[in-house]
Design a protein around this ligand. Structure first.
Ligand code: UD1
Length: 332
């Protein structure tokens, strides 16, 4: 029996593959390298000392997705593959809906044809829209503000619907907060092409002096210092959450939903200070206007994941900043 990891060469996917292999799981990775590089695969092998099968396949290519299921005994899919840039999704909604929704529909059709009844899905805290209160619990109302977020919410619903006619089907929806950090080896991490949209990759570009200074998007939010508050989580903690979710999925059916966050909120300026003191590097910044679509505060209530999965984030913000920098300083 193998676990198929779609998008296994990506940021969260690659770290999850490391945890799965370290736990002795057999995995098969599928990726089309649309936002990752082939050398990640050898780095996963180096870190773990383990091997796995890899298929360079696009989920929109049904024949080749079928080939993966034909050639392997897949009992669970951990599904990361998808486009994830918020701004780009606003510019190119059709591309996002086609890739993320159609790709997942094809995956599910093939799963059904091959009797694979378990999927762990990479969702996002973006499905909570603008929450009325924090911390956010899994039963809060859901809404979205951009096509990327809408694909996540639509896929949550589509996957949940599959459990209605098939009582053996098992769907686990994992809602991530803000993943940062990197594997301690410095071999795998996040290094987006072009100018980064997200905070930590941007800070890292300023730290290597590729960018002059950070724009802090707004300092007039109702938060402790006026800047936006988020729940930053170490990607290795997040990866370990997938392993726990997999173990839980093996003994359940139907839909389960979990927030994967730390439960702690840090502002943009908290992160700047934490990065500076963890790495002894100055990060120049200026206060800029608010970014459209941003909310003041977003952090998880992670109680359910702790109680049901036995999972809790372990790494603190200093470690997240150190590991992000360790990776970028070795890979730029
Ligand atoms: C963003 C996405 C979210 C996605 C997540 C993936 C938006 C509106 N939301 O979340 O849907 O799931 O990434 O990780 O894009 N900031 C700055 N300067 C910067 C960059 C960010 O001040 O150059 C601030 C933002 O205003 C925010 C915080 O840093 O307060 C975090 O931003 P970011 O890393 O982009 O994550 P989110 O917006 O929370």
């Amino acid at each position: 029996m193998s676990v198929l990891v779609t998008g296994g060469a990506g940021f969260i996917g690659s770290h999850t593959c490391v945890e799965l292999l370290n736990a002795g799981e057999d995995i098969v990775i599928l990726d089309n390298f649309s936002n990752s590089k082939p050398d990640v695969l050898d780095k996963i092998r180096t870190i773990t000392g383990k091997d796995f099968k890899f298929y360079e396949v696009d989920l929109l290519d049904k024949d080749n997705v079928e080939k993966v299921f034909k050639e392997n005994d897949i009992d669970t899919v951990i599904h990361f593959a998808g486009f994830k840039a918020v701004g780009e999704s606003v510019e190119k909604p059709l591309m996002y809906y086609h890739n993320n929704i159609t790709g997942t529909l094809i995956l599910c059709e093939v799963m059904k044809a091959y009797g694979c009844k378990r999927i762990v899905f990479s969702s996002s805290a973006t499905v909570y829209g603008s929450p009325k209160t924090v911390p956010i619990k899994e039963d809060f109302p859901l809404s979205t503000t951009n096509p990327y977020g809408t694909t996540k919410l639509m896929l949550e619903r589509i996957l949940s619907d599959l459990c209605v006619p098939d009582k053996d089907f098992c769907v686990t929806l994992l809602r991530y907060f803000n993943p940062i950090g990197a594997h301690e080896s410095g071999l795998i991490g996040e290094n987006p092409n072009g100018i980064p949209n997200n905070l930590m990759p941007y800070i890292c570009q300023v730290a290597i002096r590729k960018l002059d200074c950070l724009n802090v998007f707004g300092n007039d939010y109702p938060t402790h210092d006026g800047t936006g508050v988020r729940d930053y989580i170490h990607v290795v903690d997040l990866a370990k959450g997938h392993l726990k979710a997999l173990f839980n999925a093996r003994k359940t059916t139907g839909v389960s939903v979990f927030n994967l966050g730390t439960g702690n909120g840090y502002s943009v300026l908290d992160i700047v200070k934490a990065f500076e003191s963890a790495n002894n590097i100055k990060i120049p910044y200026v206060i800029a206007p608010r970014r459209a679509g941003d909310i003041a505060e977003c952090y998880a209530d992670p109680t359910k994941a702790r109680e049901v999965l036995g999972w809790k984030a372990e790494f603190d913000i200093e470690r997240m900043c150190k590991d992000s920098w360790n990776y970028i300083s070795k890979n730029n």
